[in-house]
Design a protein around this ligand. Structure first.
Ligand code: GTP
Ligand code: MG
Length: 135
């Protein structure tokens, strides 16, 4: 069965949305296989976000991600990689559709698009790579 890495980012943890986000994942029928709190260091985040190194939002993104604990989840299910990204909604919470995690719970932070509550792997290759980093 397919597996993906879900991260509840520092804004989701700080706002007390961990339970609500995990509830949505379980309600959809996906299985929580492993779960941990991680206060990520720069080295882990640099590896996690290596595809974004050099982009203008990279530095603020890493700074935000190391600002507090995140919840990392190993989630399993049929077509869960695509399915979780659909549950999460589009990257910018201010335009994410209602019914999605970012659309329902995300706030419009202006330029702070990085504060969008969750991360989900975007392919089987990145899921394998990211799961090995966080677990
Ligand atoms: P993830 O599931 O977190 O990977 O989101 P994504 O796949 O929808 O977005 P992407 O991989 O393109 O970018 C990774 C993260 O960088 C996003 O979730 C945002 O937190 C942040 N990000 C992406 N684009 C921008 C941007 O234009 N500005 C800012 N400030 N942050 C961005
Ligand atoms: Mg991404």
């Amino acid at each position: 069965v397919e597996e993906t890495l879900v991260l509840i980012k520092p804004d989701g943890v700080a706002r007390g949305l961990t339970g609500e986000i995990l509830r949505r994942i379980e309600a959809k029928g996906y299985q929580l296989v492993d779960l941990r709190f991680v206060h990520a260091d720069r080295d882990l985040l640099a590896q996690h976000y290596e595809e974004h190194q050099g982009k203008p939002f990279y530095e603020p993104l890493v700074e935000f991600m190391e600002s507090g604990p995140v919840v990392a989840a190993r989630v399993a299910g049929n077509r869960v990689i695509e399915g979780f990204r659909s549950l999460a909604g589009t990257t910018d919470p201010s335009s994410a559709a209602p019914g999605t995690i970012r659309g329902d719970l995300g706030r419009d932070w202006g330029l702070k698009v990085q504060q969008n509550l969750v991360h989900g792997s975007d392919s089987t290759e990145s899921a394998a790579r990211e799961l090995a980093l966080w677990f």
